[in-house]
Structures are given as C-alpha cells and as structure tokens.
Design a protein around this ligand. Sequence first.
Ligand SMILES: C[S@@+](CC[C@H](N)C(=O)[O-])C[C@H]1O[C@@H](n2cnc3c(N)ncnc32)[C@H](O)[C@@H]1O
Length: 422
Amino acid sequence: MKEIFEKVDFDHIEVDERWCFKNVRSTEQWTHGYHRYPAKFLPNIVKKLIEEYAIDDSMIADIFAGCGTTLVEAKIHGKPSIGVDINPVAKLITQVKIRPLLPMDLHIAYENLLNVFDTFNDADFRYNETHERIDYWFRPQEKVKIAFLYKVISDIDETDFRDFFLVCLSNILKNSSRWLQSSTKPQIDSNKIPSEPFEAFKLHCKKMIKQNASYYKELHSKGFLNTSCQIKLQDARNTSLPSDTIGTIITSPPYVTSYEYADIHQLTGYWFDYIENLSLFRKEFIGTFYSNSQVTETTSSIGQEIIDDLVVKEKRKACEVANYFNDMYNVGKEMFRILKPGGHACIVIGNTMFKGVKIKSAEVFFEMLIDVGFSEEKIIKRSIPYKLIPAIRDKTTGKFTTLDNKNSKLVYPEEYILILKK
Ligand SMILES: C[S@@+](CC[C@H](N)C(=O)[O-])C[C@H]1O[C@@H](n2cnc3c(N)ncnc32)[C@H](O)[C@@H]1O
C-alpha cells in the first residue's frame, strides 16, 4: 500500500441528509418491482448519482449489476449503460427489466398464455423428473403446476416475452415453495402453506405488465426507447469491458458475511437449469462463506488489523474476510482499468460486524482504491431507513436474527458512498 495514504476517519463523517431519502416509500417505479433481490439499490441514490456524476453521454457501468437498478435508471435518463454480474438469475432479471415491451403486444402474449392454462392436466407432470432439490423445496401439488408453467413459458418462441414470463415465474417460486418466507437463508418452514402457483403467477404478471406500460411510456415520450443498455454474465474482477471506455461506474459490491446469492437464488437456479453443482457455483461469488481460502493476509493495513482481530475469534471467518478483501482489491484494479481518465467511480458500501469485530469494508476498499491510482473526490455517509436494513446479527452468536431478539445488533444502520476519480 502507498506510504502516503492518509487515513480518513469514517466514523466522524456527518450523515448527509440529502442522500438518506427518508420519505421514499416506493421502490416499485418503472420496472424496479419485477423481482425481489437482496441488497438492491434504492433507485433514488442511483438517480442522484447519475444526475451529479454522469453529466456527459459516455457509458455508465455497474459491475455488480444485481437486478439492474443502475441500468434501468440509466435508460430512464437516456444514458448508455452496461452491467456485469456473475449470477445468471441477476442477468435474466436485468435483461427483462431493461427491455421495454410494446404494451399491446405484451397484452396479447399474456392472453395467449392464459388460454394455455386451461390445458393443464396434473397427470402429465406428476412423474416429471426434476432435480432432487426441487423435491426438497416444493410440495407435489405446487411442483406439478410450476413444471407446467415452466414448460408452457419455455415453449414461447419470442425470446422477449418468454424471458418476461420466466422472470415472473422466478419471482413467485419462493412463495410457492416451503422456503421460510422471511428468511434469505435456505430454511424449510414446515408450517407454511405455499401460494397456489397459477394465482400467484397471474397476480405478479399483472403488476409487471402495468410497470412495463409506465416504463415504456416514459422512454417513448423522452425518445429513449433505443438507448443502448446491456447486461453480461461475467466476473467483476475480470470483465471484457475495454480499457478507458467507461464514463461513470455506479455500483454496490456484495457484503462479506452476509448474503449467499448462489443459495438465495437456488430455486430459480434449479428450475431453470442454471446450477449443475451448487458448491462450485457458490465459489464464484465474491464475499461467499464457501471460498475455503486459507489466506489471512491482505494488502490493506486497515484490512489486516481486522483480519488479525478475527483470527482470534474464528479463523475460518478471518480467512473468508481476507479472501473478500483480496478479491475487492482486484475489483478496484478492474474499475481503474475500464474507466476513462477523469471518470468517476461511485460505490455504495457498508460495514458489517462479526462477533464484536467491525468489518470496515468501506474504509478498506477506499484505501485499496487510492492504492490502485484513484484520487478521492468525496465520501458521503447516509443512514438506511429501518425497513431497508438488510440484515441483523445476534451479538453473541453472530447468526442472523430478528429485531425483536433483545441481543440483536443492527449491522448496517449507515452506509457510505465513495466517490473517486481516475
Ligand atoms: C449488493 S448486490 C448488487 C445489487 C444491485 N445494486 C441492485 O440494485 O440489484 C451484489 C451483486 O454482486 C454480484 N456478485 C458477486 N460476486 C460477483 C463477481 N465475482 N462478479 C460479478 N458480480 C458478482 C452478486 O450476484 C450480486 O448481484
């Protein structure tokens, strides 16, 4: 790390109310409500970042695109954009969210699909062979209906409509399964009565059709229907984006010790054949618990102090965090490579806590970004409205818990927006 690095005291940065959006109630505008996704961006943050930092017409990139919030907002602003994510479910959702469909054509495609519903005969699907994990997560009565939905949607020739309905199906899988509803961890709820798949599908489809109509209308009225926007299934540490081409990066990396995206999206992964081997699939995700790395060293001095504190508490967690920091160092280098000189990187990132050790990811990543060549422009601190706080851990066990547990500790009541310049 550069000797000249001057530590910024993140704890004493004042919360900037202009970035808190306390009164924002809905995150469902345009196509933002198509699919649930853990730790998705508040669209207002992206909107404000675009308006302040993407002032010319050069490309906006999100290299942890998730469900595509940055790309949808870029399109609404008439700015070309590109996204990258390692998760095929994220790619599918984003692909559908960025593509406005002519409302009349979509309406016809939906009516045609509903007509096929009448041909359902559960005997045709009762003995269908599916993945053993599908049998684990789904009761037979829901499973046959989902198998039918998957088959009739897959038979649609027109890719745009097929993908649109697949996203709808993907979004209802959790409700129609035995997965504990409030949990992002794979856990069976033996008392759950899953939603009836046909009704759940129709209900969600109607909502998506309405959102598509408002998105289409907005883009059409502004002349932005054909603004370039694409999503790639790639690794943020090593993208195919050419060097010095991106005007602004707006992104939010995965948290460490938090979500296992491969596990969270396994229902879609198994139904849509995206997962052959879950344990191999998991390893591609940055921030995963399953990296099995044995390394306890990192280049960041702040990061090393954190790892040393963690080694005493739990060696495996220390290795997981060290691996995360080292992956993020490579992400920092990739960001620097793809940005045009003078371009901005805007990174929304929070800290986490494990068994009393504060994992200061924001500080560590900031230190790394300076080391790879960026210069500091601004660090914004924002508080996260209570209902959007992504995860809460028990202070003693470190496990996920609920707010009514008296031992609970808020993990990210605040987060940072790091603005750096190449
Ligand atoms: C915090 S989420 C981003 C959410 C996004 N801002 C949104 O609004 O939906 C982090 C994302 O990083 C992705 N990810 C994890 N490891 C990755 C890797 N090696 N390369 C690219 N994306 C990765 C996850 O699949 C997840 O979608």
